[in-house]
Every structure is written in C-alpha cells, then in structure tokens.
Design a protein around this ligand. Structure first.
Ligand SMILES: Cc1cc2nc3c(=O)[nH]c(=O)nc-3n(C[C@H](O)[C@H](O)[C@H](O)COP(=O)(O)O)c2cc1C
Length: 488
C-alpha cells in the first residue's frame, strides 16, 4: 500500500531553516535597530519590535522558513529581516536530519535574490543532473554547485552525495524512491529550482543537451560557462578582486623573468637609432596610460564620443561567405570593425553608462555598431548608479567615470564555431579592444582606464538578457582626464 501523500508534490515540503552565516552576528540597539556585523563591516537591517528582535536570536541555530510564514506581525517582521539578510548574502538555509540536529544539506546562496523554492515534482517525472553541475571537495566538505545555480549545496550526508551521483543518468522519481538514501522529493525540488537537476521529457535521455535549456545554452561548454560565472561578479559568493590572497604564503614573482642561461644578443644599439625617428604609433603607445579621475567641469563631448566609437568599434564593411562543410553549409555573415577578432566573429557589443557627457543625457545606451548610433535602454536609475559605483570602486577612483563602457559578448557567435576555446577567445578579443580603446583615447586626448571586474548579474537585470546569452566580459572608463592625470 502506498503511504499517504507520497505520490507527488502534495508531499510535505522539506523543513528548510534560515540560519545566519557563520561569520555574521546580529546586534540589537536600544531603539530597535538590528545591525548585522561581519568581517569588520556592519549593515543596518531596519528597526524591529522587541519580540522580533528576541525571535531573531533564533537565527543563530536556524528558524524554519515555515515558522514565520503565518502572516502574524512578528512573523512578518522576521520574514522581512531574513529577506534583508539574504539580499546581503548573510544567511544560509539548512535541512537537518530527522533523527538528530545535524545538517544534512546546507544551501549557500550565490546570488543576492536567491530564496529557496520547491517547484512541483511528481513520481512520474524523470530527472537528471545538469551537465553544468559538479561535486567537489571544499576543505573538508563536499559541495554540489553549478554556474547556473543561484545557490550551492553543501552535502553533509554521504547518502545524498551518492543519490545525486546516480542522477548522471535520467531516473524516474518513482524508481529513485526505492533506493536506499532517497534524499526526499523536497530536496530534489530545491535542486531543480537551482537548475542543478532538470526534468526531462518522455524522450528520456535522448537530446539531453538541448532539453536542458534554451538554444543559447546548448552552445556552451561546461568549462567555459563555469569560467565565465566564477571569474566575474554577481553569480557567486567567493572573494573576488585584488585581495593578495597569497601574500605571506609565497613571495611575489619577479617583475621581469630571470634570464635564460644562453649568450645574450644585445638589441639596444639597434633600437637606439630607431628612437630618433619615433613613429606616431610608437608615440601613442608611450603616451597611453590609465586615467582614473576625470575633469567634471569639462566633460567629454558627444562629438568626441562619436569619434571615439567611430575610430574603435564601428562596422567597416559587411560580407557573407558560405561555410564549406563538404555539403550544403550555411551562409555566414561578417561585419568587420577596426580591431582584429578571432574568426572575424566580432561578438563584442558596447553598452554605455553615461554619467556626464556634453550633449548626451545621463543614461544607459547600446552602441549600434552597424548604424553608428546610440540607442537608449530603459535601465532603472539605481542600477545605473550601481554600475557606475562598481567601476568607481574597481578603479579606487575619487569620482564616477564620465562614461563607462561595458563590453558584452554575444557568446553564441563565437561558440557556434569554436569548441573548447570559445570563452578564451572572447577574453583575448577583449584585450585587443582594450588596447584599441587606450590608443584611441590617447590619440583624441581623452583619458581611459580598463576595468577587469564586471557584475554579470547586474547587467542581466539592466538588459533583461540571460547571463549566458549576452553578458559583460570587460569594462572601460573614458572621459576628459583631470589636469593632474592628463599631464602625468
Ligand atoms: C585587463 C586589464 C584589467 C584592468 N583592470 C583594472 C581595474 O579593475 N582597475 C584599475 O584601476 N585599473 C585596471 N587596469 C589598468 C591597469 O592597472 C594599468 O594598465 C596598469 O597599472 C599600467 O598602468 P598604465 O595603464 O597607466 O600604463 C586594467 C588593465 C588591464 C589591461
């Protein structure tokens, strides 16, 4: 006889408890303000009633999400508090063992708006691991993660790790239930929500790659998507940036490589003669430098911006060519621009966050490289501000750049042709474009600075484009350099 409620999504949802992350403490002030303190920082979370403040102390051990979903006033306050903590990445979610208080699984959010969801799963559903999911050792722990997932799962119960591993082939939930260590339908649903698992259709394991997602996802290799999501900001909670994590562990490598032992051929006497007649290009290469502060009394003009974009990124010609694959290959269109691009892909797009430009309104624009035109995009003011503030902080600059160019890649354009090296080629194209920007800025008399860090989640929100379809891979600030910078 079937146990009551076992058949489907009617099954009780798992008891998921919100718990403060290990490094966070909550302080309640006399006026009811609750402040989260972590790593020498503090974040105000708002003013709460005395009963909510008392209940909030339960977040150290964990409060079941269901326990504050009643709609009562204190519960509403706790719900608000936990959501605010979640937005700052200060909570995790635990599923505990039934027979003791030990963690079975701990869900660590990776994106700011992650909230545990359990989509409906039925016994007849067939599920399989995403080809982007992986399990690995992190210190003494086992973690299950994916660049697509809004959260990672720390697996504390080895039986769950084994059950997840068995999902490398599609399995019907009905069959999974019979296995020792069935993790529970609720946990599976949490993993489906994070796109670590996905439901496959009646076709079973045929066409799994395409059944996982949309047409753009099919173009991604595992390592490329992982590299993109982990080497940018917005979709993971790992430390990121110039933190010098190995200072004190290993010494820095020398600035210039130690010489090979062979007999050296001195080039100085050859280049000395050359330096007397320095070419305009060599001069530009020497003059080029990074500018991080801008003269806001004399912002860049629209005419200068138009010239900058014309010289660096405007489509120069168009041509088409039939792909020779031995049969009836497709026609491929090309639109070359002033800089070189791997496979003539020209997959890079420019998005401009304009703070100050004489003749152009503050806002967010796409550069249409074919038409040599700017097209406004209706991004929210606070998102525009966050984008500009991120650049200011990445440059350690005193003020916002006049214009921040976000270089976004249409990944599929490159990946359609190149296997395994598509993302590496995109980044090489970004380097080529950076230098083109630097030289052109120097030529026009503008200041510029490359920025290595980009927030792919923020860009996805501003454009409404999924992070794996078209997303930022580099940024460049331009404007009129402040006097001290311009003359340095
Ligand atoms: C790929 C790349 C990423 C960079 N990222 C940053 C950055 O995030 N913040 C910053 O202030 N400068 C950044 N820079 C600028 C470098 O710090 C700068 O080029 C370097 O210090 C040499 O100085 P110069 O450009 O004035 O010659 C970046 C440069 C490159 C090429």
């Amino acid at each position: 006889m079937r146990a009551p409620g076992r058949k489907s999504g009617r099954e009780a949802a798992p008891t998921v408890a919100a718990r403060l992350s290990g490094h966070v403490t909550l302080e309640t002030h006399a006026d009811g303000q609750i402040v989260a303190c972590f790593d020498g920082f503090s974040v105000g979370l708002g003013t709460f009633s005395a009963s909510a403040a008392e209940r909030a102390q339960g977040l150290r051990a964990g409060l079941p999400l269901a326990s504050f979903a009643s709609g009562r006033n204190t519960d509403k306050e706790i719900d608000l508090l936990v959501r605010r903590l979640a937005r700052h990445g200060l909570v995790e979610y635990r599923l505990r063992a039934a027979h003791n208080d030990e963690d079975r699984v701990v869900i660590e959010p990776q994106v700011a708006d992650y909230w545990p969801q359990t989509p409906r799963l039925d016994d007849a559903d067939v599920i399989v691991l995403s080809r982007f999911a992986y399990m690995r050792r992190r210190g003494n722990e086992m973690v299950l993660e994916s660049p697509r997932a809004g959260a990672l799962f720390k697996i504390c119960d080895p039986k769950i790790a084994a059950a997840v591993a068995s999902l490398s082939t599609p399995q019907q939930i009905k069959r999974l239930r019979r296995q020792d260590g069935f993790p529970g339908i609720g946990l599976l649903a949490l993993m489906v929500d994070c796109q670590i698992l996905f439901k496959v259709g009646a076709a079973g394991d045929s066409g799994l790659r395409s059944s996982e997602g949309d047409d753009s996802l099919v173009l991604w290799d595992f390592h490329d998507l992982l590299f993109h999501a982990r080497s940018t900001e917005g979709r993971h909670a790992n430390p990121l940036g110039g933190f010098h994590p190995y200072a004190g562990v290993v010494p820095p490598l020398p600035a210039v490589r130690p010489r090979w032992p062979g007999k050296k051929i001195d080039l100085r006497k050859f280049s000395a003669a050359h330096s007397r007649a320095i070419s305009p290009l060599a001069r530009l290469l020497r003059e080029r430098h990074s500018t991080r502060s801008f003269d806001d009394r004399r912002p860049i003009t629209l005419a200068e911006l138009a010239r900058f974009l014309d010289d660096t990124a405007r489509v120069r010609s168009r041509w088409r060519s039939k792909l020779d694959l031995g049969g009836d290959g497709p026609m491929v269109a090309y639109a070359p621009r002033p800089y070189p691009s791997a496979g003539a892909s020209y997959e890079l797009e420019l998005y401009l966050a304009v703070d100050r430009c004489d003749g152009l309104a503050r806002g967010f624009y796409h550069y249409d490289a074919g038409a040599h035109a700017l097209v406004p995009i209706g991004a929210r003011a606070q998102e525009l501000e966050a984008l500009l503030a991120g650049a200011r902080s990445a440059m350690g600059a005193p003020a916002t750049p006049q214009i921040l160019i976000t270089i976004a890649a249409r990944f599929g354009r490159m990946a359609w042709k190149y296997s395994s090296l598509a993302y590496a080629l995109v980044l090489k194209d970004v380097g080529v474009l950076f230098q083109t920007f630097y030289l052109t800025a120097a030529d026009i008399g503008l200041g510029g600075c490359a920025i290595g860090i980009v927030n792919i989640d923020l860009f996805a929100k501003m454009t409404g484009i999924a992070f794996h379809v078209e997303g930022p891979v580099g940024q460049f600030a331009i404007g009129r350099g402040a006097e001290s910078e311009a003359s340095s």
